[in-house]
Design a binder for this molecule. Structure first.
Ligand SMILES: Cc1cc2nc3c(=O)[nH]c(=O)nc-3n(C[C@H](O)[C@H](O)[C@H](O)COP(=O)(O)O)c2cc1C
Length: 356
């Protein structure tokens, strides 16, 4: 391996307690403890996507993780958006539209607010994961101080250089460069700018690497050793892999979603606000396509749309019905294969090392 890359990777691994530079992406609702433990036990880092978790669930998740792995894990939280503007007439049109795809939607469904962020943060400090990670914004200086006092590192997700510089100035220990290929929500700090800031990882990564002092972790569309090798060549110190681990044996997503990953083309995933009101990349299912049609009502802002779609999403998952399921997927979903997570991770790293 090129000594510069080797040195960069070794320094990251040593600093953050991993043996190899492949980390599990935080994925809310799709990071069961056994998947995280398998990735950490194979030399990487586990992850919990805590956006929807009650504070006590954060501690419970870390306790369960520690039983299964002595390795490191990151707990990921979402920096809250400003309160949404509510439009009752538009919400009624959305509710009517959604009733074609799932159960009737009561008007109160739109009131479902975000979790209590301060309480989540307190729980995170108490749970003491190796890493706290953020998306959609940055921690306050008081929160950064509490992380430092607790010995918890901070990884901040960024989708542009401006966001990355903001994260570095706020005290992030590493920045995650999230390319627009990534599955799941897009981390644009300003929700309204998400579509206009769709930068691919090949363009974003060198831009961040050349302008930051902190290490950069690449995420988005990395699903085999070629992707890892390319990211490390472009200056990344490590990578985060999400979609490729959704197919792992330890993943617990509905089988219709899991099976559809390998059949997806890059262009049959699409960025949509139809599930939560925040832009995210999902399989272009029947519902996603219908919601994108000219005559469909515009999605409500986050988190109103998430509240309105909750019944449909829950029902579709319970019925294993892909058409209305929230089936997040990155553009390299076709590379996802069913195998134990440790095997997937080792194969990716072996191929990357060979190429490098
Ligand atoms: C099912 C799913 C859920 C996700 N949830 C979160 C989340 O809660 N917080 C976050 O920072 N990123 C989330 N992401 C984005 C990932 O952290 C990461 O950026 C992405 O998986 C990388 O791209 P890839 O899926 O192509 O590997 C999610 C991604 C997926 C696929």
């Amino acid at each position: 391996m090129n000594p510069l890359i080797q040195q960069r990777v070794a320094s990251f691994c040593q600093r953050f307690g991993v043996e190899l530079p492949i980390l599990l992406s935080p994925m809310a609702g799709a990071c069961p403890v056994p998947l995280s433990a398998a990735v950490a036990n194979a030399g990487g880092m586990g992850a919990m996507g805590a956006v929807l978790s009650a504070p006590e669930q954060i501690g419970q998740w870390m306790d369960a993780f520690r039983v299964q792995s002595p390795g490191p894990a990151q707990v990921n939280v979402w920096i809250p958006d400003p309160a949404p503007l509510r439009e009752p007439v538009a919400e009624a049109a959305t509710r009517q539209f959604l009733a074609q795809w799932g159960p009737d939607v009561p008007a109160s469904a739109g009131d479902a607010g975000p979790a209590d962020f301060d309480a989540q943060f307190d729980a995170l400090i108490q749970a003491r994961p190796a890493v706290a990670s953020t998306i959609m914004g940055v921690f306050s200086s008081a929160q950064v101080q509490r992380l430092k006092d607790a010995g918890i590192a901070w990884f901040a997700c960024a989708t542009t250089l401006a966001e990355a510089l903001q994260a570095q100035a706020a005290g992030a220990d590493a920045v995650i460069a999230q390319g627009m290929e990534a599955g799941g929500h897009r981390g644009a700090f300003d929700a309204a700018q998400a579509e206009r800031q769709m930068v691919g990882l090949f363009a974003l990564l060198p831009r961040l690497v050349d302008n930051l002092d902190v290490p950069v972790i690449a995420a988005g569309g990395i699903a085999d050793g070629r992707g890892v090798a390319a990211a490390l060549l472009l200056g990344a110190s490590a990578v985060q892999v999400g979609t490729a681990f959704l197919a792992a044996e330890e993943s617990d997503i509905p089988s219709a979603w899991r099976d559809a990953l390998a059949a997806a083309e890059p262009e049959t995933t699409c960025a949509t606000r139809a599930f939560s009101g925040r832009l995210g990349r999902a399989l272009a299912t029947d519902y996603v396509r219908a919601a994108a049609a000219a005559e469909a009502p515009s999605p409500q802002p986050y988190p109103v749309q998430r509240g309105l779609t909750a019944g449909m999403r829950r029902q579709a998952s319970a019925d294993n019905r892909l058409a209305a399921m929230q089936a997040w997927a990155g553009q390299s979903a076709w590379l996802a294969r069913r195998a134990p997570a440790a095997e997937i991770q080792r194969a990716i790293w072996a191929q990357a090392q060979e190429l490098l």
